[in-house]
Design a binder for this molecule. Structure first.
Ligand code: NDP
Ligand SMILES: N[C@@H](CC=O)C(=O)O
Ligand code: NA
Length: 429
């Protein structure tokens, strides 16, 4: 007997998934056993890129998760509610679940996974991080024998696409964002992409898998790309860097009591493997013992890529249903009960890039140096390249410094009469 899917949502990802399932020839033979049984949408009369019998489509999503005939619920509708309630209801009804919804998992993961463990069903989420890149399954299975000490990646396709085009074409932020929306990369509300919130959801999920405990989303430090200007992109280029929105989960100095989880635009040295990841591509670099470094690279958003991840989860569940064993597979379930202790951003040790606009007074660079020195911040380079109107532009890159000390130095610098403004402060990898 076929495995019956109830799909919630027929937008970018839902449509891609249906297209893949309807075109099964040459793919895994088990796909032939999967039936698209019900599909839930908001607007049934919307023109669709896929053909489905009218009887399959419904606007009553509760009916899908409560239908005893449905084996697997595929949640590709997005948003927090009603997605959360529908997922929980499906689980309560004993259905396995596939979701691409990192926003719901990063916020309600504990509730959802506890319910799933209690009901003896699986929650699969390969599409939730890195789009089509297989990264959840490797962290849960193949890499889980390693002690992980770093997960660092470019995990938002929209912002990587925007930064790449700003860098290569000098394009304006707004125009490029509109293109990312048209291409189906951006979230329904692109604020989640641009302000780093989508990447924060994703690194919370990856950190949880890599570091053996749940993550409170509010512990993830998050900055987006709104403040990244063409001027900073040009300085980065001159200094041998590119600017990337990085999501990082890492033990500081190999100290397991110091887990830092954060998202921010970052100066990445051009020689670093993440520096050449451009456009909608994502990459996740995992460092563990004994394996060393492993990097996952591929398309991080878009219909086909994300459908590949969703359908691979559907396939794994189909195989589990077919194998008919009662005991849950411990490699597919969530084993976490406790939360990780996350170190505050003020304790981060990193390098910084800062750009200052100053009055053209003699001795300004010396005064900056004194303020930094007062707080133990040592400078790697100081450059004064030009003027913005009547104001001189000074750029500094520091050596490693504790963030709290750096911020205190900036406070002192802000109070200097010669300082007009500090338009940019970015961390350096
Ligand atoms: N787009 C991408 O590249 C990626 C997206 N994701 C995630 O996948 C999920 C889906 O994203 P995406 O496909 O882009 O989103 P879309 O906005 O394109 O599609 C959402 C779909 O869900 C339906 N829907 C939404 N809310 C309701 C509701 N309350 N009742 C009934 N139907 C509803 C919509 O119906 P209708 O069509 O009638 O409006 C639409 O078909 C999100 O969680 C997203 O974060 C993950 C990886 C990549
Ligand atoms: N909006 C997201 C979609 C995939 O998760 C992105 O741009 O990466
Ligand atoms: Na993935």
């Amino acid at each position: 007997m076929g495995v019956k899917l109830g799909i919630l949502g027929l937008g970018t990802v839902g449509t891609g998934t249906v297209q893949l399932l309807q075109d099964a020839v040459g793919r895994h033979p088990l796909l032939g056993e999967i039936e698209i049984y019900r599909v839930g949408v908001r607007s049934p009369d919307k023109p669709r890129a896929v053909e489905l019998p009218q009887s399959v489509i419904t606007t009553d999503l509760a009916e899908i998760v409560n239908d005893p005939a449905v084996d697997i619920v595929v949640e590709v509708m997005g948003g927090l509610e009603p997605a959360r309630s529908l997922l929980l209801q499906a689980i309560k009804n004993g259905k396995h679940v596939v979701t691409a919804n990192k926003a719901a998992i990063s916020r309600f993961g504990a509730e959802i996974f506890n319910a799933a463990n209690e009901a003896g069903v699986y929650v699969m989420l390969e599409a939730a991080v890195g789009g089509g890149i297989p990264v959840i399954q490797p962290l849960k299975q193949a890499l889980s024998v390693n002690r992980i000490n770093t997960v660092i990646g470019i995990v938002n396709g929209t912002t990587n696409y925007i930064l790449t085009r700003m860098q290569t074409e000098g394009s304006d932020f707004g125009d490029v964002l509109a293109d990312a929306q048209r291409l189906g990369y951006a979230e329904a509300d692109p604020t989640a992409d641009v302000d780093g919130l989508d990447a924060a959801d994703k690194i919370a999920i990856l950190a949880s898998l890599g570091f053996g405990g749940r993550i409170h989303l509010q512990d993830v430090y998050c900055e987006g790309i709104r403040q990244v200007s063409k001027t900073d992109i040009t300085y980065a280029e001159k200094l041998g860097f590119v600017i990337k929105l990085l999501a990082i989960a890492q033990y500081q100095n190999n100290d397991h009591s110091q887990l830092s989880v954060r998202v921010h635009p970052t100066f990445v040295p051009k020689s670093h493997p993440l520096a050449s990841v451009n456009g909608v591509y994502n990459a996740i670099l995992v460092e563990g013992e004994p394996i060393g470094q492993v990097m996952f690279f591929g398309p991080g958003a878009g219909a086909g890529a994300t459908a590949s991840a969703v359908t691979s989860d559907i396939l794994s569940l189909t195989a589990a249903l077919k194998s008919n064993t009662a005991a849950p597979n411990p490699l597919l379930t969530c084993r976490h009960e406790d939360y990780c202790q996350v170190t505050p951003i003020s304790e981060l040790v990193t390098r910084f890039y800062a750009r200052f606009l100053t009055k053209d007074h003699p001795g300004v660079i010396g005064k900056l140096g004194t303020c930094f020195g007062n707080h133990g911040v040592s400078l790697e380079s100081v450059v004064q390249t030009g003027f913005q109107g009547a104001l001189a532009e000074i750029v500094v890159v520091t050596h490693d410094v504790q963030e709290g000390n750096f911020r205190q130095a900036l406070e002192e610098i802000r109070s200097l009469e010669a300082i007009d403004s500090i338009p940019s402060i970015l961390r350096v990898l």
